[in-house]
Design a protein around this ligand. Structure first.
Ligand code: TYD
Length: 218
């Protein structure tokens, strides 16, 4: 995408159960109060094709998807998502907020599944046409502290969240995901902001508002 685009892309990342959903909802409320228009989306599942791919990836353990196939499925979802939704929205000058994107594949498939972070980053680059988020909010929480999804849990709006194939992974897997995200935060300190998710919901929200305000003014 060329530099003439005026839109902004913000991604939320972190371990499952670190409070992403709650913080995205609070940010949405804040943006609405400010009168800032935005598009909220997610990976996997931000498009019609993505919704189908999401079902395969999260809810079909009997398929025994191998790590490389899993990696390609996430990138297929991402390629469709950027072409159909993210890039057009940004070219129209919109603010896009996505629940996961570019970095999730590097931490989950690249590091935790062992496919290799460099290879996965190249695939993410290909899928996004080289576009990285302008700001990535990394909700950082020790895997032993994450809020475990049992069968189904409800977030603050009462939305049900299903327990996925990834939630079922052992703590060692989530430790590796965490290492992957921290490695990325060291590699991209300007873009990826590490937010300590062990604090209160309100404290975390205030920090996120500060980061987003700064981006929107830049
Ligand atoms: P979801 O229910 O959206 O989880 P969360 O709300 O915790 O993000 O399921 C998405 C799962 O897919 C999550 O466990 C992270 C994983 N994932 C990857 O492994 N690679 C990716 O590239 C993306 C986008 C997500």
């Amino acid at each position: 995408m060329n530099s003439a685009s005026r839109g902004r892309l913000i991604s939320f990342e972190g371990l499952d159960g670190a409070g992403k959903t709650t913080q995205m909802q609070l940010l949405e409320q804040w943006l609405q109060e400010q009168g800032t228009a935005y598009v909220r989306t997610r990976e996997p599942g931000g498009t019609s094709l993505g919704a189908e791919i999401r079902q395969l990836l999260l809810n079909r353990p009997e398929l025994s998807i191998i790590p490389l196939a899993e990696a390609f499925l996430f990138q297929a979802d991402r390629a469709q998502h950027f072409a159909e939704l993210v890039i057009p929205a940004m070219q129209a000058g919109k603010l896009v907020i996505t629940d996961r994107s570019y970095d999730a594949s590097i931490a989950f498939q690249g590091v935790a599944r062992g496919v290799g972070p460099e290879l996965i980053e190249q695939l993410s680059m290909l899928a996004t046409h080289g576009l990285k988020p302008d700001l990535t909010i990394l909700l950082d929480l020790d895997p032993s502290q994450v809020h475990q999804r049992t069968d189904v849990t409800a977030d603050v709006s009462g939305l049900r969240q299903e327990r996925t194939r990834f939630d079922a992974e052992a703590e060692e897997f989530h430790q590796k995901v965490q290492e992957g995200f921290r490695m990325l935060a060291r590699k991209y300190p300007e873009r990826i902001k590490v937010v300590d998710a062990s604090r209160t919901v309100e404290e975390i929200h205030r920090e996120i508002v500060g980061l987003v305000s700064r981006l929107l003014k830049s």
